[in-house]
Design a protein around this ligand. Structure first.
Ligand code: NAD
Ligand code: MG
Length: 394
């Protein structure tokens, strides 16, 4: 084994981003080594990953499931050590044997291991946008203090990052605003009167991307773009009014930077998450990602439209939370996670998602004491979840 190989932990290895990451890693066994993996409920899939790649560690939430997996792997001659619990996630994220962490857990549950990786100065490849939306200034401080290299994996933020150098001080005076592009999801042209009755499967049928169910629903409400507005605010040190959103149904232009002199920088490509994943893994170099080539001669015409605020009320809530007291974005995220879960379980209507988030934002205004430490932020997250559960009646 070469000592130069990047030793990678993939947190959320059984998900959509996790499996795309494993695909890119497997294309470059000379450059990357899979050192740790985690899953939440899909222990069988995690077992397959361990048998195929023999990572040093695997993490599951429950000790019983971890023991069962350990036994199964041992019986098959696999030497992966299986650990259990949230503490173990943070432990592998910060381990000296790990150089880089792919944060591909969905939701605020990913915040503690992200912070552990940030404090330990890792290359932190962030797909888990909710962690940054909740952690905000704390997250960025942990990155700075730990000397971590925070690299975006979200395709829009990767696009911006490919247009702008990492050090914002070199360009912050030169840009006017950025434009995050959005596909508009499956309901871009659907009669708004019918949105209250759409089913989880309809909401998860994304036109351009195959993703986990939570982010698919977020794309249908456009809350995903709202979370990305907040993510961009932190990653690129922007003011809320420097971030704009345009619907671009073809998902070819992944985002744009509009400079002071009106020059516009953009990144284009086929919609394939392996491109931003490969860039985060190989930055500042580039490696083959497995994505197909963009063939502009056989691509439908690129079009752009303004998002309709009545059809997508969730999007505006992100700016409201950014302009509100610190901690409001954590409240927004918590309420959204609960509301999406309730929608997927058919306990809440699709239009009820944005209504729930708006109500919880009004009912749970954060104070300075709620953002004094990460524990305070997590307590605020729990309070907002409780308020959201009361609102959806679950
Ligand atoms: P997914 O549902 O397919 O996978 C989520 C992963 O997280 C799974 O491995 C699951 O086992 C694990 N997980 C779920 N809940 C957990 C918990 N409480 N504790 C520990 N692990 C848990 O989701 P995904 O589509 O891969 O998205 C992952 C993250 O990446 C999300 O934050 C999403 O917003 C972001 N993202 C995804 C895409 C995409 O194309 N899928 C694009 C951009 C950003
Ligand atoms: Mg995105």
């Amino acid at each position: 084994m070469s000592a130069q190989r990047l030793r990678v932990a993939v947190l959320g290895a059984t998900g959509s981003i996790g499996s795309n990451t494993l695909d890119v890693l497997a294309r470059h066994p000379d450059r990357f080594e899979l050192t740790a993996v985690s899953a939440f409920s899909r222990a069988n899939e995690l077992a397959d990953v361990c048998l195929a790649h023999q990572p040093r560690w695997a993490v599951l939430p429950e000790p019983e499931a971890a023991q069962a997996l350990q036994q199964r792997l041992r019986d098959q001659g696999c030497r992966t050590e299986v650990l259990a619990g949230a503490q173990a996630l943070a432990q592998v994220a910060a381990a000296t044997e790990v150089d880089a962490v792919m944060a591909a857990i969905v939701g605020a549950a990913g915040l503690p291991p992200c912070l552990a990786a940030a404090r330990a100065g890792k290359r932190l490849m962030l797909a888990n946008k909710e962690a940054l939306v909740v952690g905000g200034a704390f997250f960025m401080r942990a990155v700075e203090e730990g000397g971590a290299l925070l690299l975006p994996v979200d395709s829009e933020h990767s696009a911006l990052f490919q247009c702008l150098p990492l050090d914002a001080s070199t360009w912050s005076d030169t840009i006017d605003h950025i434009v995050l592009t959005a596909s508009g999801g499956p309901f871009r042209t659907r009669d708004p009167q019918t949105l209250a009755s759409v089913t989880p499967d309809e909401a998860c049928a994304h036109p351009n991307w195959v993703m986990g169910r939570k982010i698919s629903v977020d794309s249908a409400t456009m809350m995903n773009k709202g979370l990305e507005v907040i993510e961009a605010r932190w990653l690129f040190h922007l003011q809320p009014d420097q971030i704009r959103v345009l619907i671009h149904p073809q998902s070819i232009v992944h985002s744009m930077v509009v400079c002071r002199d009106q020059s516009v920088l953009a990144q284009l490509g086929t919609p394939d998450m392996r491109v931003p994943i490969a860039y985060a893994l190989s930055y500042p170099e580039r490696v083959v990602s497995g994505a197909s080539r963009l063939d502009l001669l056989n691509t439908p015409s690129l079009s752009f439209e303004a998002p309709d605020g009545r059809r997508f009320p969730a999007l505006q809530l992100a700016w409201a939370a950014l302009r509100g007291p610190e901690g409001s974005t954590a409240v927004l995220n918590a309420a959204n996670e609960v509301a999406v879960e309730a929608f997927l379980a058919r306990r809440l209507s699709f239009t009820g998602i944005a209504q729930t988030v708006e109500r919880v934002l009004n009912d749970v205004p954060p104070s300075a004491a709620d953002v004094a430490s990460v524990d305070d932020l997590l307590a605020l997250d729990a309070r907002a979840r409780a308020a959201a559960r009361r609102t959806v009646g679950g």
